[in-house]
Write a protein that binds this ligand. Structure first.
Ligand SMILES: Nc1nc2c(ncn2[C@@H]2O[C@H](COP(=O)(O)OP(=O)(O)OP(=O)(O)O)[C@@H](O)[C@H]2O)c(=O)[nH]1
Ligand SMILES: [Mg+2]
Length: 335
């Protein structure tokens, strides 16, 4: 049996086509109109038997986070022209960690696709959810091309985390990667940590500047405690080194039909906000550092709204990472 709340949410979902054709102000009007009608039904004892209490709406009237939908070019320009705080640092290194099939490799491809303005698949992707075994097995650095040069930030893709001691990436290996001690090309072995593939000391180029947890919105509720325990272990390591952290919440299209129809509803969707809160509670990263995105996964051309969400997230990540570059530079100057 479905509850009144559920049936009402489904009702909104069913009407999402009508709403999605009219984002922004029109969406607000649409919700208000439907809300009035439903409230009237409640007071008149209309369509449902005798509900006594008002239920909160499934969508927010107003977008709760400003999003520069029409400023893609500006975001892109800011990132392309970014000057790092320390001229000795060539790249900001962004390490992606998360459960198997969360969309880590897809996020790297999506960022690259935004800048190339075409769909790219350098980091190989698989429908890992089906097998439950990580498709990415090697520790690799991905550069983002900008014409003949490369942009000043790179991504490190790693094997996904799984529950169980001898499954998925070893938490110690990821901790080593956070410290910049894991050798490029390391092949992850779930049953043994990477002692032989570790450097004894790190250099400026290899240090991680931002740790990004990639979490799938449609899977966060089902994630095993063991995976969160491993994430917290890595988080402790990163925090002890002062490394900033953020969450990329992928697969938003899989949890909210309104968002699937039109990405501009993302910060109107209560479901998406609930999922962001769930990520925050589970990993410990505040909601202000959580960015919902839809990765390129079935498209054949890039799209403005997908690009804007990806670039907005990336800008936050790169700028907080550059703060660390600045702190490290000022720290070494004082020594
Ligand atoms: N619908 C949807 N599917 C996505 C999204 N992001 C990734 N996927 C799909 O999710 C599956 C897993 O994506 P990957 O990028 O391989 O995930 P991963 O975290 O790199 O996985 P491992 O390397 O196996 O640990 C693929 O089938 C992707 O196409 C998204 O935003 N929306
Ligand atoms: Mg992968």
């Amino acid at each position: 049996m479905i509850s009144f709340n559920e049936s009402r949410y489904q009702w909104y979902q069913c009407n999402s086509e009508q709403a999605s054709a009219q984002p922004g102000v029109k969406l607000t009007k649409f919700i208000r109109k439907k809300k009035k009608k439903t409230e009237k039904e409640i007071t008149m004892g209309g369509s449902e038997s005798t509900p006594q209490t008002k239920t909160p709406p499934a969508e927010f009237d107003k977008s709760w986070r400003e999003t520069p939908w029409d400023k893609k070019e500006l975001l892109e320009k800011e990132l392309k022209e970014l000057k790092l705080s320390d001229s000795k640092v060539k790249y900001i290194r962004i390490l992606l960690a998360g459960e198997v099939g969360a969309g880590k490799s897809s996020f790297i491809n999506s960022v690259n696709s935004v800048f190339q303005r075409r769909i790219t698949t350098e980091a190989l992707v698989d429908n890992a959810g089906a097998s439950g075994i990580s498709f990415t097995r090697t520790y690799s650095t991905y550069y983002i091309r900008n014409g003949q040069s490369v942009l000043p930030f790179v991504f490190n893709d790693i094997m996904g985390l799984e529950s169980g001691e001898s499954r998925g990436a070893h938490q110690e290996d990821i901790a080593k990667a956070v410290e910049g001690l894991l050798k490029e090309g390391h092949n992850f072995n779930p049953t043994a940590s990477a002692k032989n593939d570790c450097k004894s000391e790190t250099n400026l180029e290899d240090l991680t500047n931002c740790l990004v947890y990639v979490i799938a919105a449609d899977k966060v509720s089902m994630m095993d405690d063991d995976v969160f325990r491993k994430m917290r272990y890595i988080r402790q390591k990163a925090s002890s080194l002062g490394i900033p952290q953020a969450v990329i919440m992928t697969r938003v299209d899989e949890v909210c039909p309104l968002v699937k129809e039109n990405l501009r509803h993302i910060y109107h969707s209560k479901k998406i906000k609930d999922k962001m809160q769930e990520c925050s509670n589970s990993v410990g990263v505040p909601v202000s550092h959580i960015f919902p995105v839809k990765n390129y996964h079935e498209e054949i051309d890039t799209k403005n709204d997908m690009d804007v969400l990806i670039l907005r997230a990336l800008k936050h990540i790169v700028l907080t990472a550059d703060d660390l570059v600045y702190r490290r530079k000022s720290g070494s100057e004082k020594c």
